[in-house]
Design a protein around this ligand. Structure first.
Ligand SMILES: C[S@@+](CC[C@H](N)C(=O)[O-])C[C@H]1O[C@@H](n2cnc3c(N)ncnc32)[C@H](O)[C@@H]1O
Length: 202
């Protein structure tokens, strides 16, 4: 029998480690990020992630911010740089991703990043800003459950900004979010990627 396929969202990747550094260049910051096999975005910065970082409005300046599905940390570390007085929670189910994100925050001198597994975020934490390149490939039921769980923890004035490719269902996700009580608009679009901004129905 063949071994089960591995996914970037496995909790404990079994793929051999082979770390590679990549550089994320943005107008306001340059970050060197260690990436690894078994973690999303090996040896590259995902084009959707980069678009989100170029187009997202500035995050809240204080309080708690969330990178949902942090991978190696491109989004979490950029948020931490742009909001030095906030605490950025970098959450991922994949322990190799969490370790990379920890190392990358330290290497880039960003002390306001807290990396943890989803269940380790204290229940009373509410997020002023959520940014995410969400794990669409976990399937719609799991994706919807994940988004309900975390967008349900936005502060009343909070917002979530996500990048989703049109081939991975950005338009239906936008409609679903709106119907669930998070009015969602498309704020940018490039090469099939959509940047979606969700707020809370008042
Ligand atoms: C598309 S990747 C984005 C990674 C990184 N933020 C980036 O932009 O390069 C999505 C990430 O979500 C993580 N993930 C999957 N299911 C999750 C869940 N239920 N809760 C938190 N993270 C999850 C995956 O392990 C993966 O690292």
């Amino acid at each position: 029998m063949s071994a089960p396929a591995s996914h970037y969202f496995d909790e404990e990747p079994t793929t051999d480690s082979a770390p590679r550094d990549v550089v994320l260049m943005l107008p306001d910051i340059q970050l060197t990020l260690r990436t690894d096999r078994g973690v999303f975005g090996y040896d590259r910065i995902d084009a959707g992630t980069k678009l989100l970082l170029l187009k997202a409005p500035p995050p809240a300046g204080d309080g708690h911010l969330l990178d949902l599905g942090c991978g190696a940390g491109a989004i979490a570390l950029t948020m931490a740089h742009r909001a030095p007085n906030a605490t950025v929670w970098a959450v991922d189910v994949n322990e190799r991703a969490r370790e990379l994100c920890r190392v990358n925050a330290e290497r880039n001198g960003l002390g306001n990043v807290r990396v943890c597994a989803p269940d380790d975020v204290p229940d009373d934490v509410r997020f002023a800003t959520i940014w995410s390149n969400p794990a669409i490939r976990i399937g719609k039921p799991a994706l919807h459950a994940m988004l309900r769980r975390w967008l349900g923890r936005l502060t009343p004035d909070g917002e979530a900004v996500m990048v989703v490719h049109k081939h991975l269902g950005s338009d239906s996700l936008q409609a679903w979010l709106t119907q669930e009580g998070w009015p969602t608009e498309r704020i940018a679009s490039s090469a099939g990627y959509r940047i979606l901004r969700s707020t809370i129905t008042r």
